[in-house]
Design a binder for this molecule. Structure first.
Ligand SMILES: [Zn+2]
Length: 224
């Protein structure tokens, strides 16, 4: 347990959210609880994480979520660890929600100097349905900026994805967005489109060859 890395989660405490102020101490090492010296409230070490309220060991949950993230079938996990299928599903939901919160708290803070962003969509075929996953990546660091899942590949998908990109970007900076040529992005980010040669392989790539492998249209946008 590391009190210096914790903060008081009590919404009425004046020290809420402040790390390294010396107000958090270990309350109960066995039960993994901290205490705030200002408001005197105790809280679990799992507070604010995907493990909050779970009685299962952290190690097992981490293993299961890691397997899911790498595409391991739920049935394989159920058989291997003797878990209920609904339990595995709920951990997956918890992990997803936590990742979204962390992404919003750290990445979507308007602090990134993006300069160059690549966006693309993946068509996912499932049983009796097709879904689209739109993804945006900061090119220089390979940082994922956003992802949107939609039943249809429409302007709403492009809108939501680019809203996430804007939330990550510093204000009032020019941004180069490379796409697969889908016009929705160009209309949405608007402003200025740079035509790029169409062709196969390197013929169609004006810059950043390995990054715009399928790129045949680009747009610049002023984030504000
Ligand atoms: Zn407190």
């Amino acid at each position: 347990m590391e009190p210096s890395e914790q903060f008081c989660p009590n919404s009425t405490c004046c020290a809420r959210g402040q790390i390294g102020q010396g107000n958090i101490v270990i309350h109960d090492r066995k039960r993994q609880r901290y205490r705030c010296k200002i408001c005197q409230q105790t809280f679990s070490a799992r507070r604010g994480t995907m493990f909050e309220g779970l009685r299962t060991s952290t190690e097992l949950v981490v293993i299961v979520v890691t397997l899911l993230a790498f595409g391991c079938p739920v049935q394989a996990i159920v058989q291997a660890y003797g878990l209920d299928e609904r339990t595995v599903a709920s951990w997956r939901e918890r992990a997803g929600a936590q990742c979204q919160r962390v992404h919003q708290a750290i990445v979507e803070q308007g602090q990134l100097e993006l300069i160059h962003v690549q966006v693309d969509e993946i068509r996912v075929k499932a049983r009796s349905m097709v879904a689209w996953m739109g993804l945006a990546m900061m090119v220089s660091t390979r940082l994922w900026l956003g992802g949107v899942v939609s039943r249809t590949r429409d302007t709403s998908l492009a809108d939501r994805l680019l809203q996430q990109v804007r939330a990550c970007s510093q204000a009032a900076c020019a941004l180069l967005v490379c796409t697969d040529g889908w016009a929705a992005y160009v209309r949405r980010v608007g402003v200025y489109e740079i035509p790029v040669r169409h062709g196969r392989g390197r013929e169609q790539e004006p810059l950043g060859q390995e990054l715009t492998r399928r790129g045949n249209s680009m747009a610049t946008v002023a984030c504000s």
